[in-house]
Design a protein around this ligand. Structure first.
Ligand SMILES: [Zn+2]
Length: 306
């Protein structure tokens, strides 16, 4: 079954490999794996770890763009490019962490949108000029500059990603964003205690605002007990959240990092993505519901919000 992945750190891999002298990184390192797991649509996320500046942000975005332009793929720049029958891998640009926006907020967000960035999180795990990540000061949330960023993103139909926000930033984003927000790669905290996972209250608030939650395959966000760090348990997060708010708010945001040297288990890279589909079936979802979680919910969300 075809799948849409809302979060993959492909931008970082592309930039790193380009700097080492490689070209055609998508073609040589990613497309076969994506095809074999039927991950037909995926984010090419540009990730910034908190101390990087604006020039570094621009550099990664431009390198990632170059691969999207020059590879045999579909580059999704608007919802019109989402094709349910596409036989080519389709990718869209996203941003994880806007630490480089420490001045000139509106113009820099405009620049990112002009480059084709469709979804963006204001912060990664740390604090920056705009917002506070899950590892930052719990009493600090969205800043005045961050509110400007939210307004600009709303104006441009650039979707706000809350996945790395601390709780205060999360609730500020729920309050200040006039449009639905998305958690591209987060699970349910009730099943796995981690501050990157969402509380029941957060899941309800996201759903009430028309948002979407992408299931994250990183083992430490699936279960605390290593024996349960697998695709079936990830499907149980979907089951839990669907019982709470309805399956139409669930999607995939795997955050696969095998290409960065992370461990291998049964849902650790794109070629294993169908293991989640199997797990969803074992946890009682119907064929139609599984299709929704696999890609149709994300299609609908993107068509309504981009
Ligand atoms: Zn992340």
């Amino acid at each position: 079954m075809r799948i849409l992945d809302l979060h993959a750190d492909l931008g970082m891999d592309i930039l790193k490999k380009h700097q080492e002298g490689e070209t055609d990184v998508l073609k040589n390192r990613h497309l076969d794996k994506l095809k074999s797991g039927e991950v037909m649509y995926t984010a090419a996320a540009c990730f910034f770890e908190g101390s990087q500046n604006w020039e570094e942000m621009q550099e990664m975005v431009l390198h990632t763009r170059k691969e999207l332009q020059n590879s045999d793929v579909v580059w999704i720049k608007s919802p019109d490019d989402l094709d349910e029958n596409s036989t080519k891998i389709s990718l869209f640009l996203t941003i994880e962490g806007m630490c480089g926006i420490n001045a000139d907020t509106e113009n820099r967000i405009q620049w990112l949108r002009d480059q084709g960035c469709l979804i963006g999180s204001l912060c990664w795990n740390d604090e920056n000029t705009l917002a506070t990540g899950n590892g930052g000061n719990p009493a600090r949330g969205l800043t005045q500059e961050g509110i400007k960023a939210v307004r600009k993103m709303n104006e441009l139909n650039m979707v706000i990603d809350v996945s790395h926000a601390n709780e205060k930033t999360f609730w500020d984003l729920i309050e200040y964003s006039e449009k639905p927000v998305i958690a591209t790669h987060s699970n349910a905290r009730a099943l796995c205690w981690h501050d990157r996972n969402l509380t029941d209250q957060q899941i309800r608030a996201l759903a009430a605002k028309g948002g979407l939650i992408g299931l994250n395959s990183w083992k430490k966000f699936i279960a605390e007990d290593p024996a349960n760090q697998n695709a079936l348990m990830l499907a149980k997060h979907a089951r839990y959240m669907a019982d709470l708010v309805g399956h139409q708010h669930i999607a995939c945001g795997f955050d696969f990092m095998d290409f960065l040297g992370r461990d291998r288990y049964d849902i650790s890279s794109a070629d294993q993505a169908q293991n989640l589909i199997k797990g969803l079936s074992e946890t009682g979802f119907s064929e139609e519901e599984i299709k929704d979680i696999a890609y149709r919910n994300a299609f609908r969300f993107m068509r309504e919000n981009l």
